[in-house]
Design a protein around this ligand. Sequence first.
Ligand code: AHR
Length: 307
Amino acid sequence: ASAAFADGLPPLAQKDTYRVGFAQMESNNPWRIAESKSFVDTAESCGWELIATDAAGSAAKQVADVESMIAQGIDVLFLPPREEKPLIPAVKRAQAAGIPTFLVDRSVDPNAAVAGVDFVAFLGSDFIKQGQQVAEWTIANFKGEKGVIVELEGTTGSSPANDRRSGFDDAIAADPRFEIVASQTGDFARDMGRQVMETLLQAHPDVNIVYAHNDEMAIGAIQALELAGRKPGEDVMIVSIDGTRDALQAIIDGKMGVTVESSPFFGPLACETMKRYAAGETIEPWVQVSDRIFTVENAADHIDEAY
Ligand code: AHR
């Protein structure tokens, strides 16, 4: 091993081709599909022989997928852990098998596995900041006297759900006009977002702000509100995160206020980071992705590049 690799981190040789594992968690929304496509699209130019799996929404299957990749002798692992805790043993096993492991888009519990020690690095967005930015936009743009908020949370136990909640909740608490009256998981899925919104609307008919942890749930909430005769964008402000095509269209149509970007296009960054690592560079524990904010000011300029 070269001295450039930190103690305990497996070395990676410089070569023309690599067997690369990408263990996707699910493919039930446009964001996940765009992320998987980004890895497939990067494979040839980066010299990857890509082994890609889909855990179909099961952390247990994702663990089994990683184990199968270890058995197949991959050189490098890219892993978006569905939830913060269940994937930790698999991450540690990959590293113990000498496979440099990069977490992409989601991270694991930092008290149980540490970047730069138990895996090489986390590549991804600042989810706390995303939540804060949504709260700041809401505070600046809500014109009413009392903001009654329903929060649709992402997958329970996932890093984006935990961090988008704390980022938003802490920032919105600074303005006494706002109250979060209900916060419930919609599992980052459109259908579940719609169903949860239908139920919460009955308990809280005075809701006038919906904060969804991702655009799919925001679109589901819009459907539920419209079915109930409400007017998203007029009597209910919808704020969210991701930047999908449907969300940008909803902004253009006046139904949604803001979506803070969370880019799914990790392939090129994964390639570049892996090559830097193979060249012996010390990789920063968090390779941070910076995100834009989409509102009525710029949604039309970006919809053509959206997914
Ligand atoms: O981890 C990122 C989140 O996961 C995206 O915001 C969401 O749409 C996806 O399922």
